[in-house]
Design a protein. Structure first.
Length: 74
């Protein structure tokens, strides 16, 4: 399955959030530096939590970073 866009609140830091539910991969693109990070083994409910978050950046920092293995892909 391919990466699918995940809705998120507008952010100056995050330009896109993508998720592959079959492979449980989350990709976050950063607006300011153009970098992208892939997070492994992310449950679908956690990935889709971006849609309910008041701040995409705070959600990333609270629920993703430090909880899932990340690799810079761009």
């Amino acid at each position: 399955m391919a990466l699918e866009p995940v809705p998120h609140t507008p952010s100056r830091n995050i330009s896109a959030v993508l998720y592959d539910p079959e492979e449980r991969k989350l990709v976050v693109w950063f607006a300011k530096n153009g970098r992208a990070y892939q997070y492994a083994d992310v449950p679908e409910d956690v990935a889709l939590g971006f849609g309910q978050a008041l701040s995409a950046t705070e959600y990333l920092q609270t629920f993703i970073e430090g909880s899932f293995m990340a690799n810079r892909i761009v």
